[in-house]
Design a protein around this ligand. Sequence first.
Ligand code: PMP
Length: 446
Amino acid sequence: MTGHIFGRSTRTSPPVAVAGDGCYLIDADGKRYLDGSGGAAVSCLGHSNQRLRQALHAQLDRLAYAHTGFFTSEPAEELADRLIAKAPKGLERVYLVSGGSEAVEAAIKLARQYFVEIGQSQRHRVIARRQSYHGNTLGALAAGGNEWRRVQFGPLLVETSHIAPCYEYRDRQTGESLEAYGQRVADELETELQRLGPETVMAFICEPVVGATSGAVPAVPGYLRRIREICDRHGVLLIFDEVMCGMGRTGHLFACDEDGVAPDMLTIAKGLGAGYQPIGALLVSGAIYDAIAQGSGFFQHGHTYMGHPMAAAAANAVLSEIEDRDLLAAVRQQGDLLDRSLRERLGQHPHVGDIRGRGLFRGVELVEDRETKRPFDPSLRLHARIKALAFEAGLICYPMGGTIDGRLGDHVLLAPPYIISDAEIAELVDKLAGAIDGAIAGAQAA
Ligand code: PMP
């Protein structure tokens, strides 16, 4: 049945997902899988949400689609208003697209158009960080610092350079405070700007809490503030990519709210549609919007499905669920429980180097040696073993290998639905611990 799907892998034939039930997915054989990572941090409301079903039926009965070249729509207008009402300071406009890469792509093109329109067309470079992923379309791929994804597509069109990530588990020096470490790595942005010529750089992009490439790594206190100061000093736009960490995942609607720093542009996607519809959004400062409105008058960009009424209706229902069920508080509370449970079960584990994250966005990093933090040999593919054993046991989690810089350990990203119960957290941690032990035993025997 899956034979003709041209998907991630042409080597494997995955089970067929046929139904969803709360935090579980069910395959064609009736096997249940606890969705410990919401797929890839997408399914924040679980898989059988009643309000989403009703909202989508109601929208389908009214209007499925109207092209934005002719119309706006009620759900798209409502969504923009609701996002802006809650957005970090200064973000006043919304550009609705179909996913994360499209949102990042739009951010890069908008940055470029903005500088051309204000007479600074020499600004064309992007600075990002190593150990980063911002999407797979060409501009977003160029921004990302994940060599493994980039290598076969170079030279990439957008000129990007990469500074250090904010990754204190490996990079903070002995005796260095968290704050001092944060200032030191943020100052790499200043150094890189001086190397390139600050007047040639249009934007710096980063995830406030890094997801896929590093496993839920939050910025240390003060880091993002320093980055903001450096961008301001040189007229460089600051883009926060909250495609994975936004929409409540960290216990705040926008992850950067916790750091008290507002960007010039912010991207969201995954949790915005919660998997019920494909949707992403780019939030833009009033200053950028006004410059273009007073210049050429329109953003030279667009996609057929932008502002899709069905997708916007889903996102409005997601926001209503988060508000009415007080899910941000639930994320903080259940996130604390998940963190405590992981620490109790794995905190002393000889091969667990770090447990980190915020809210229901947690990462576990595996190491061969806790003292030296030496990762497992990448050829053992520990992450793939964990993924397979967890899946066999009925747990979906998101392990990644240390493919970035060859120095990051294998890690597992957890991003369960915001409705996860205490018992489901216990099941998640139990199955994860079993998969980690089984995978390490298998790797050591290999
Ligand atoms: N940015 C980040 C931070 C992401 O995690 C992802 C997806 N993993 C993307 C962008 C790309 O989003 P999409 O897969 O929806 O295009």
